[in-house]
Design a protein around this ligand. Structure first.
Ligand code: HEC
Ligand code: HEC
Ligand code: HEC
Ligand code: HEC
Ligand code: HEC
Ligand code: HEC
Ligand code: HEC
Ligand code: HEC
Ligand code: HEC
Ligand code: HEC
Ligand code: HEC
Ligand code: HEC
Length: 282
């Protein structure tokens, strides 16, 4: 035999031995003494995901608690979640865990791929109650139509135009609640500019008045609930002698309008917009 052939055979034998050992080790399920630190040598993404957002899948367990064994000896080393998670109502979902926990290596980065409501209700109950007890066009929507990423709260202005340029996204909550948007309530110090978006005429008239009501906010008199109408007596009591009150049962018979006090020459104002004529917002 010449040296070249000998060298070739030796190399072949060496390779064979290595390959045999490798596959034998895999076949014997020894995992080549793989440790979690080895995984990153061949797998880039999963170790990175775990490192950055693994939460308890990073701190409480390691790769091999979930991936026992490895190819080729172990054909399926993908765990099922129920191996470790059992017994809570949350785990009795009709849909796969991975349809919300889309990446097991970042278990708390949750996005909702398909429209759903029912699965949210094992953990959140007050919102569905509000939606159902206060029917609006939001009630027929799925939770995920608005919350596509878990814990994310959308701005109203993502879907609606404000009533006027004066109103910002943060202002909507002064009057509306997301899960009962038609029940409009507000605080007594709410700026009248917000009301003016729809009640322009009243706002203009009141602002032009020389009497003390002009210093008051709309919401100071129309308290708490939209469309609430106060009585003059709520604030002023019985101001004049009984005889006068008996003859003129309504204060406005003399004082004209609360928005235009004592303007004796004014025609009665048309204060509210006609029904259904609220400024379109979308
Ligand atoms: C020497 C390189 C190498 C090392 C080290 C390695 N893997 Fe792999 N792994 C592979 C290859 C190659 C595949 C097959 C990829 C394919 O078929 O797409 C694979 C596939 C997988 C799969 C997919 C399951 C399957 O059967 O398709 C998982 C899970 C996995 N490895 C986990 C691990 C874990 C956990 C470690 C560390 C304990 C690890 N790997 C270490 C190379 C490696
Ligand atoms: C909590 C259990 C768990 C831990 C811990 C875990 N994995 Fe996974 N891994 C899974 C599951 C489940 C899948 C299957 C995902 C799927 O079907 O979309 C998977 C899939 C994989 C795959 C196949 C490719 C893919 O993304 O689908 C590789 C490779 C992998 N994991 C490597 C790793 C490595 C490396 C580590 C450690 C840094 C690790 N895994 C930690 C549960 C885990
Ligand atoms: C090998 C065991 C094991 C498997 C398999 C496993 N987990 Fe976990 N997981 C744990 C442990 C341990 C914790 C921390 C203790 C706890 O919260 O129960 C945890 C925590 C979590 C958490 C909370 C994370 C945190 O930081 O609070 C989520 C979410 C989660 N797992 C989802 C899943 C999903 C989805 C699967 C299936 C893809 C899965 N797990 C598979 C062991 C596992
Ligand atoms: C409808 C979407 C959805 C489905 C389906 C789902 N989860 Fe969750 N899971 C969540 C959300 C949202 C959280 C809360 C995360 C947070 O606190 O930010 C959570 C939290 C968890 C937690 C940590 C809190 C706890 O209760 O222990 C674990 C563990 C968990 N899920 C495992 C699973 C397992 C296992 C499955 C499948 C049997 C599953 N999840 C199915 C959405 C889902
Ligand atoms: C396993 C329980 C669980 C499930 C299922 C779940 N959540 Fe959550 N959710 C939580 C926890 C825990 C928090 C954080 C604590 C808190 O703020 O109440 C949270 C917070 C939120 C927040 C932010 C709350 C805030 O005040 O900032 C929104 C929005 C939310 N979840 C929507 C959803 C939607 C939509 C679904 C269904 C697609 C869902 N959640 C399913 C547990 C869950
Ligand atoms: C993801 C989109 C989306 C978001 C975010 C959203 N809405 Fe809506 N909203 C809608 C749709 C769609 C309708 C129905 C519109 C229609 O049919 O004309 C609606 C209807 C309404 C209505 C009328 C309800 C009725 O029954 O007539 C009000 C009021 C409303 N939204 C207020 C709000 C407020 C306030 C917020 C923020 C807290 C908000 N919306 C956030 C999509 C959204
Ligand atoms: C029309 C859009 C829309 C729908 C549908 C919707 N939400 Fe919301 N949700 C919001 C907005 C906007 C906020 C933020 C309100 C705020 O910041 O005051 C919010 C806030 C939340 C919060 C934080 C706490 C709270 O009550 O303000 C949770 C939790 C939540 N939603 C869960 C749900 C669940 C569960 C469903 C389905 C039953 C659902 N949402 C349906 C738009 C919506
Ligand atoms: C000063 C209180 C107030 C503020 C602030 C406010 N709204 Fe309104 N909104 C109302 C009232 C009142 C209605 C009319 C209710 C009715 O028609 O009975 C209404 C009606 C709506 C409607 C349904 C009617 C329509 O226009 O088609 C939507 C949508 C709406 N608001 C969205 C918003 C959004 C988005 C914001 C923030 C940018 C916002 N609102 C801020 C009081 C307010
Ligand atoms: C989005 C438009 C809009 C906004 C903003 C708005 N309103 Fe109105 N308001 C209306 C509509 C529409 C009506 C109903 C008119 C009708 O029924 O003829 C109304 C009616 C009223 C009424 C009369 C109810 C009745 O019985 O005649 C009062 C009082 C009122 N609004 C006060 C306010 C106050 C105060 C604010 C600010 C905090 C405000 N509104 C903000 C649209 C709005
Ligand atoms: C929510 C409380 C409230 C209601 C309701 C109310 N007012 Fe007043 N009114 C006030 C306040 C506050 C002043 C200023 C008092 C002061 O500074 O002495 C005032 C002042 C007046 C004044 C004196 C004006 C001036 O410039 O000197 C008259 C007149 C008056 N109100 C008539 C009425 C009549 C008529 C009604 C019913 C149509 C009415 N008010 C409803 C709170 C109210
Ligand atoms: C001093 C208290 C007071 C203030 C401030 C006030 N209002 Fe009024 N408003 C009333 C009273 C009282 C009535 C009932 C008048 C009646 O019965 O004739 C009324 C009636 C209305 C009505 C019903 C239509 C009408 O005039 O009959 C609307 C709409 C209205 N106010 C909107 C507003 C707006 C918008 C503002 C702020 C720009 C405002 N009000 C400020 C006390 C007030
Ligand atoms: C017959 C006409 C008439 C009627 C009805 C009437 N007022 Fe007057 N009111 C007056 C006159 C006149 C003044 C004095 C104006 C002045 O001094 O400048 C006055 C003054 C007031 C003042 C301001 C002066 C002060 O003392 O603070 C208030 C407030 C007031 N009225 C409230 C009311 C209320 C509330 C009602 C209904 C219960 C009412 N008025 C009914 C004619 C009337």
């Amino acid at each position: 035999m010449n040296r070249k052939l000998l060298y070739g055979l030796a190399l072949f034998a060496a390779c064979f031995i290595v390959m045999f050992t490798v596959s034998a080790a895999f076949a014997a399920g020894e995992q080549m003494k793989l440790s979690p630190s080895d995984c990153a040598k061949c797998h880039e993404k999963q170790p990175q995901d775990i490192e950055s957002n693994g939460s308890k899948h990073k701190t409480a367990i390691n790769c091999q608690n979930c991936h026992a064994g490895h190819r080729p000896s172990s054909k399926n080393n993908i765990p099922v979640c129920s191996q470790c998670h059992q017994g809570k109502p949350h785990f009795q979902q009709k849909i796969s865990c991975l349809s919300c926990h889309t990446n097991p290596h970042t278990p708390l980065k949750i996005t909702f791929g398909t429209p759903m409501t029912e699965p949210c209700l094992t953990c959140h109950t007050s919102q569905i109650k509000q939606l159902q007890e206060n029917k609006s066009k939001h009630s027929s929507k799925n939770c995920t139509d608005c919350h596509d990423v878990h814990r994310k709260k959308p701005e109203c202005t993502q879907c609606h135009k404000p009533h006027s340029a004066d109103i910002t996204a943060a202002d909507c909550k002064k009057c509306h609640k997301a899960h009962m948007p038609k029940v409009v309530t507000y605080a007594a110090d709410t700026d009248s500019k917000y009301c003016a978006a729809c009640h322009k005429q009243v706002a203009t008239t009141l602002a032009a008045s020389k009497f003390k009501h002009a210093m008051l906010n709309c919401a100071y008199c129309h308290q708490e609930k939209h469309k609430a109408i106060p009585k003059c007596q709520d604030c002023h009591g019985a101001k004049h002698p009984d005889g006068i009150q008996a003859k003129f049962p309504q204060c406005t018979m003399c004082h004209k309008s609360p928005h235009d006090l004592n303007n004796w020459t004014a025609a009665p104002e048309a204060a509210a917009p006609a029904k259904g004529k609220a400024k379109k917002t979308h």
